[in-house]
Design a binder for this molecule. Structure first.
Ligand code: RNT
Ligand code: ZN
Length: 417
């Protein structure tokens, strides 16, 4: 797009928004502070560096084998650096415990230490990024169907140790980078078929979590992530939403809301206002469920728009940690990153550009037709000209221009892997 065209469209949009009482400059400032936590695992289909030939397990699957996936730490970093050049704004990076800099050594999960992530911390500093972290219960010989909720004390202790170590790594990241790191705990524990001991596994999980969170990490914000079911574990999930909601409320932790982890017609946005009354902050996994898969590339759909609106309208941007969580191995992975992150930003921008005080007035005065009409009109307001301008002032490709950049990187870099 031509510079003059971007600016002209923005000025027209600005004037149009001013007519409905919305300040686009203010919205742009707020959008600049919305940082996304980019999930490192979109680069390599959740493989990590422990065993590059290992199978992904734990109720999650990446389907497709599009060429060019990152095979090592340098390639993951290169890819993230590329993504950064295609995204407006400042973003964080979320690492999983299997992405340590193990230097070719076998380091089991109960042996990981901050030193294995020091080069990531240095890299983050050099790239002006903050880090978040995740313990990894899946893809390991001791995972089985259950980890922290296993009947076997040896297995539970192994994963307790792993998770405490993961939190200590997050602590180090938070400390060194001067920004609290979110630590997310998601375990796959569940059962393929009916179980007659639902209460037992949940009480074992509660007991394991008590041990894990007894270790204080002041530079960490802890989140616990529920799920409705996992592939191969369809009948029972130990860490259900009710389980973690209870646990988080009681222990002042965050519930991680993964948009792919609820019943198909259940919307994530409606949980925000309830959670924020009882838990300190929220951690999101922005994702897109499609039938059995909870992790398709995020697009600008109703669920993401409703979620962003709810957060903005609840004045909760500074209590919301926006992680992305999707992995698609069937298309260009860098392109997948850009589509999903931009869609998420667009949803927040749309929410920031909505005339909320007018809508609230209508609502308070029982003018429900007017409320619905303005909500509908907001959808076709020229928010895209504002987003294009946001890309432009941040020196990243505007609109579909990023496609050529992704193609170029594919030609020069990923296709040669
Ligand atoms: C799995 C969870 C979890 C993972 C990542 C890799 O269903 O959503 O968050 O996707 O941690
Ligand atoms: Zn998730």
């Amino acid at each position: 797009m031509k510079e003059a065209q971007i600016k002209q469209a923005y000025e027209a949009a600005k004037a149009r928004y001013a007519e409905i009482g919305v300040d686009t400059e203010a919205a742009l400032k707020q959008l600049a502070n919305v940082s996304l936590s980019l999930h490192c695992w979109q680069t390599d289909d959740v493989t990590g560096f422990e065993n590059p030939d290992g199978q992904l397990s734990g109720g999650i699957q990446a389907t497709g084998n599009y060429p060019g996936k990152a095979r090592n730490i340098d390639e993951v970093r290169k890819d993230i650096e590329k993504v950064k050049t295609l995204l407006p704004g400042n973003h964080r990076l979320s690492l999983h415990a299997i992405y340590g800099d193990f230097g070719g050594q076998k380091v089991d999960r109960d042996q990981i230490e901050p030193k294995h992530f020091q080069s990531w911390i240095d890299w983050a500093k050099a790239n002006n990024m903050k880090l978040d972290f995740n313990s990894t219960s899946f893809s390991h010989p001791k995972s089985g169907d259950q980890s922290l909720s296993s009947r076997d004390k040896g297995i539970r202790d192994f994963w307790i140790e792993h998770t405490i170590r993961s939190r200590k790594i997050a602590e180090e990241m938070g400390k060194q980078l001067g920004s609290k790191a979110c630590h997310n705990l998601w375990i796959h524990d569940g059962s393929k078929d009916l179980t007659v001991d639902r209460y037992l596994y949940r009480s074992l999980l509660k007991d394991s979590l008590d041990k894990i969170f007894a270790v204080k990490c002041p530079n960490v914000k802890d989140g616990v992530e529920s799920k409705v079911f996992g592939v191969g574990l369809e009948s029972y999930t130990v860490g259900s939403h009710e389980f973690y909601m209870g646990y988080a409320v009681k222990n002042n932790l965050m519930c991680t809301l993964d948009m792919g982890h609820f019943h198909p017609t259940e919307e994530t946005y409606d949980k925000i206002s309830s959670l924020l009354l009882f838990t300190p902050e929220i951690l999101l996994h922005v994702s897109r469920p499609v039938r059995w898969d909870s992790d398709h590339v995020v697009i600008l759909n109703d669920s993401v728009q409703l979620l962003a609106q709810e957060i903005v309208w609840a004045n909760a941007l500074d209590k919301t940690n926006i992680g992305l969580d999707y992995f698609d191995a069937s298309i260009n992975r860098i392109g997948a990153y850009v589509i999903g992150s931009r869609a998420t930003q667009k949803a927040f921008l749309q929410a920031l550009l909505t005339p909320i005080s007018k809508l609230r007035d209508y609502e308070a005065n029982g003018k429900f037709f007017q409320r619905l009409a303005v909500l509908e009109e907001a959808k076709s307001m020229p928010w895209n000209a504002v987003y294009d301008y946001f890309c432009y002032i941040n020196n990243v490709p505007v609109a579909e221009e990023y496609i050529a950049e992704v193609e170029k990187y594919e030609k020069e870099v990923t296709s040669k892997r």
